[in-house]
Design a protein. Structure first.
Length: 103
């Protein structure tokens, strides 16, 4: 059985892979490319920052890095919501549902 940190790392990796796969289906208009680029940067950064969290040198370092990771994930949530709401990708194909759940 893996620990919580390993499970979180696996989930971040899955999220990043889903972002890679989404690129194949995103439209070619500027708005789509721009918003996808923002999502891609913040989404992959969240996982990378979480790996830094796991190597925190102190409690303060752990907290700071976790806050940075959380900020990136909140930004990713915004971009997925915008892409979904603006219908920049066909939500029927299921690709966006892999990364965004309606609240």
């Amino acid at each position: 059985m893996t620990g919580f940190s390993d499970q979180m790392s696996a989930r971040f990796l899955t999220f990043a892979v889903n972002l890679f796969n989404l690129e194949k289906q995103i439209c070619k208009r500027y708005a789509c490319r721009y918003n996808y680029g923002q999502l891609f940067r913040s989404g992959t950064s969240g996982g990378a920052n979480y790996e830094e969290v796991r190597a925190g040198e102190s409690t303060a370092d752990f907290i700071l890095k976790m806050q940075i990771s959380l900020k990136e994930l909140r930004e990713s949530h915004f971009w997925t919501g915008l892409i979904y709401a603006a219908k920049l990708i066909d939500s029927q194909d299921g690709a966006l549902s892999l990364i965004h759940k309606e609240s």
